[in-house]
Design a protein around this ligand. Sequence first.
Ligand SMILES: C[S@@+](CC[C@H](N)C(=O)[O-])C[C@H]1O[C@@H](n2cnc3c(N)ncnc32)[C@H](O)[C@@H]1O
Length: 262
Amino acid sequence: MRPDRRSRRRRVRVVGIGSGGLDQITVEGIAALRASEYALAAVKGPDDPLVDLRRRLLARHAPRVELVGVVDPQRDRSSSSTSSGAGYRGVVTDWHEARSLAWERALAARPGDVAIPVWGDPAFYDSTLRIVDRIAERGRLDLDVEVVPGISALQVLAARHRLVLHEIGGTVTVTTGRRLREVVAAGADNVVVMLNADLPLDDLADWRIWWGGNLGDAGETLVAGRVGDVLPELRAHRERLRAEHGWVMDVYLLRRGDGEVA
Ligand SMILES: C[S@@+](CC[C@H](N)C(=O)[O-])C[C@H]1O[C@@H](n2cnc3c(N)ncnc32)[C@H](O)[C@@H]1O
């Protein structure tokens, strides 16, 4: 008797795909996509540019693997809910629960091994592993989760600017725009900042910045200099990229004072 496919253990491959360019995915990542029966992606709207990019990635590297979209639950972004750290974490936790239920329904509806392409590397500011863990913990689906690393935006930033992110034997702190203030106050000298709603840098005029917008994509833009000198230009680039390409993502290294590039 053939085993019931729906009840067998399923491989879920969480695959880092790089941070923009279709050729940033590793050979291991391509093999993981090709070994899967389909791929899953959250869809934030009818013309979600990041879903389109995943589709193009599959067409190029794993053309037999279909992309199945899962409509993303709305996330509460009101400032009354997210202004405090605890409020923000609560909103994100609720949203993870809603997303994990939507993904679980999609997985239950379609048997087979699945790949989940993740922007950059799954280890940096990405909720996919937490969501997959929630699904596995509920125990309704028998999942075997594997992670394939990808090239993070912070690595692309460093490569494009030909940078080492810290001084010899030094420390680099990776944080979000939301937490930049506290990291600076705690004395960090080298800070990589991701998840930027804006550029809260007016009082860091004497720091140096190496900035990258839409890295790996057609609009890729690089700027380096003293914060006070380049901040207006950076803000203009953010507006331009959003207008011209429909999305903007930026990441930057901040270095205290006028420290030299290592
Ligand atoms: C949700 S996080 C995901 C990070 C991703 N897992 C990684 O390893 O790069 C998204 C943030 O990463 C940074 N980022 C991702 N892709 C980028 C790109 N192509 N250009 C510039 N920044 C990018 C931005 O700071 C953006 O707000």
